[in-house]
Design a binder for this molecule. Sequence first.
Ligand code: DHB
Ligand code: MG
Length: 229
Amino acid sequence: MTAHDPTPETWRAVDRYFADTLVGPDPDLEAAVEAQRAAGMPDIEVAPVNGKLLHLLARMSGARRVLEIGTLGGYSTIWLARAVPEDGRVVTIEAEPDNAAVARASIDRAGVGGRVDIRIGRGEHVLPTLAGEEPFDLVFIDADKESNALYLDWAARLGRVGTVVVVDNVGRGGAVADAGTTSSQVIGTRKGLALLGEDPRFEATALQTLDAKGWDGVAIALVVRPGEA
Ligand code: DHB
Ligand code: MG
């Protein structure tokens, strides 16, 4: 029935084909990845097809205000900033000041610097300072996995009914299905998913992904009841 078994060679070829066909070359994004690598940051930015998914979700939802938790080198930030209108905003939280400086330069080089506000600090400290601002229309969670449940709680508080929430890395090479895991990252990922399944403020699903970053997954949620700010 299938032309190929899903080996790493075949699924990588499919991802390359999708990326070549639907995303294409992008000098500003490639420069952002290069700067990130040159600065010694890990190669853990989202895959091109995933960056474009974020971009399209932001446009599909008409997002004007986007919150990103975990800037790293600014790769996904650029995808998101391109999706909001000129007078829109991406607030992105980065714990490492050195990462934030590299991201700032890449975001500015990409021509979207006027729409991006980098807040330096750990999510748990920065998120409470955002309460009282206009609600965010889309929240992308891609930072320390141990804090995913905390970040989801803040996403509901800082969002509104209709806010789209995306969580990166929910597959973790299959480790997420291991209830007995001792990995703090996987435990944190599972706590976040449990919250999405149980918390009445959210309706959510998750999809496995096989892309340039390997076997992982993305959770997509909708805020369906107001959170307390
Ligand atoms: C890790 C974090 C990420 O956000 C990611 O996309 C891949 C890996 C990590 O911490 O290992
Ligand atoms: Mg990630």
